[in-house]
Design a protein around this ligand. Structure first.
Ligand code: 9PG
Length: 487
């Protein structure tokens, strides 16, 4: 049906699927395809990525689109491969076009169903893979409109309130080369440093899919967890519970537990570790039982903070036992995990679909992996590629999501050793993490100079008052930080 949205200074004719209701902050439009005839011509469009690693940001409708280009494998891992296209300006869940005087016209989904939003010079459109969620439509000052959208989302999907505090993670220093002695040394060197969480990343398990202690942790994971706790930190652990590598015990012995393709074979749901991998079909009760067993074990080891990674793979297309939409299957699985681990467990989502994770994860990664180098010239077409610049650009474009959960821009660096980052670049990363209010690093004390150790302590102990003064301009404790030149 036709409807005209009256925003005072602009009137927007639209095609909608049901009667819009007016609220103080915007309109609620019933589920179904939506097309708004905006009057702004070629203008900037805000594109939002589907999962943690997917690119987000503003691009002109008459310029290049933002997204992963020329790599189906990366697309499958780091965005919504079914719906994403390099040919149109579009994205996941929310989109906005810029009007005059700093105002924007925003359309955003208030639920699941893989909602998409796109734009060109004339139309701002929205529709779901499955049209089951209402839309929020608003026009006004950019930050107000995004904040109002976020509040409308959390009104429906919830908002958890636990805070992670400061985090030390093993990934950006040791990668998979961790073992129980190295962890014990690293922990004891860190004793007394201002960290709340010590999080063990990938490398402890024998293979992705089999969540038991690997050969490098012969004393078992409970021993490592209690060493971490004894040093005064909350023990944290990385897992990718939705996926399994082909050589894992679970994939070899229980292929029936995996999401299938149309030929009844395990469906490839992404690529990493020089391999393809598969997804668990969380709609099967046997898989729910398996997840219960995994998470009861991990809780029993003594971990109180979990980084759950590659979670989008629980929301890919494919054949599942129950015929539910993929985002619904995903959210149900996370709720099941939450029920097993309890309310006090901090859950950090990584590689998560952003919208279906609201209200169930305490925090989410909001950009691709950081690296100890600024840019990755080899992957010019891939804004989801590893590197400091890609990581912070994506993260800053998601600062509005703070209202939905804690937002993790990934680790920052203090070390000058084993890094190609300049002090200026490290400072920009530290400012980004201060702005997003999630402070983590992977620097082992041993790798830091005396000055760098002091700098780390000061930074991790600082409480900052953050003000946003422009799209990419902020004040951190009164200090002006303008990131516009990097964006
Ligand atoms: C452990 C790592 C770290 C890291 C995570 C994740 O798009 N990709 O292909 C892609 C691959 C790996 C990856 C991120 C994206 O790294 O983000 O912090 O935990 O796994 O293996």
């Amino acid at each position: 049906m036709l409807h005209t949205f009256d925003f005072g200074t602009v009137r927007i004719p639209a095609n909608v699927s049901g009667h819009p209701t007016s609220t103080p902050s915007g309109y609620i439009v019933p589920a179904g395809p939506l097309a708004l005839l905006h009057p702004f011509g070629d203008t900037e469009f805000y594109r939002h990525g589907w999962n943690s690693w997917s690119p987000s940001g503003w691009a002109r409708t008459d310029g290049a689109t933002i997204g992963i280009k020329n790599s189906p494998r990366r697309l499958l891992t780091a965005d919504d491969a079914v719906n994403e296209t390099p040919h149109a300006h579009s994205g996941s869940a929310v989109g906005a076009v810029a009007g005059p005087d700093g105002n924007v016209l925003l359309v955003g989904a208030l639920g699941l169903g893989t909602p998409r939003v796109g734009a060109d010079a004339n139309v701002l459109w929205a529709r779901g893979e499955e049209d089951v969620c209402d839309w929020f439509v608003a026009y006004g000052p950019e930050r107000t409109v995004f904040a109002d959208y976020a509040d409308a989302v959390s009104e429906r999907l919830g908002r958890r309130s636990q805070r992670a505090g400061t985090v030390w993670s093993s990934w950006y220093s040791f990668f998979e080369d961790i073992d129980e002695d190295l962890v014990a040394r690293t922990v004891s060197d860190l004793a007394g440093y201002p960290f709340d969480v010590f999080q063990l990343d990938d490398g402890w398990e024998p293979i992705v899919g089999d969540w038991i202690a690997g050969a490098k942790f012969p004393s078992g994971m409970a021993t490592t967890a209690s060493r971490i706790a004894d040093a005064g930190f909350r023990p944290g652990l990385w897992l990718a519970p939705m996926i399994a590598l082909p050589d894992s015990d679970i994939a070899r012995t229980r292929p029936d537990l995996l999401v299938q393709d149309d030929d009844g074979r395990p469906l490839v749901s992404g690529y990493n570790w020089n391999s393809h991998y598969y997804s668990l079909d969380t709609t099967q009760s046997e898989v729910k039982d398996h997840l219960r067993e995994v998470f009861e074990r991990v809780v029993g080891w003594g971990f109180g903070y979990l980084k759950l990674d590659f979670m989008y793979a629980g929301a890919i297309t494919g054949n599942r036992r129950e015929n539910v939409h993929r985002e619904t299957a995903y959210r149900d699985a996370i709720r099941h995990i939450r029920e097993v681990v309890g309310d006090s467990m901090y859950l950090l989502g990584c590689g998560v679909p952003m919208l279906p994770s609201v209200g169930v994860f305490d925090g989410t990664r909001v950009g691709p992996d950081v690296g100890a180098f600024w840019d990755n010239a080899e992957r010019a077409d891939d804004p989801s590629g590893v590197g400091a610049r890609n990581s912070l650009v994506a993260s800053i474009n998601r600062v509005w999501m703070k209202r939905l959960y804690e937002v993790d821009p990934d680790a920052i660096y203090f070390r000058s050793a084993r890094s190609l980052l300049s002090e200026g670049e490290r400072q920009v990363l530290r400012d980004t993490a201060a702005i997003l209010e999630f402070r983590s690093t992977s620097d082992p004390v041993e790798w830091l100079t005396t000055e760098e150790r002091a700098q780390l302590i000061d930074y991790m102990e600082e409480t900052a008052v953050i003000e946003q003064t422009g799209r990419y301009a902020f004040r951190i404790n009164g200090r002006e930080v303008d990131l516009t030149p990097i964006m």
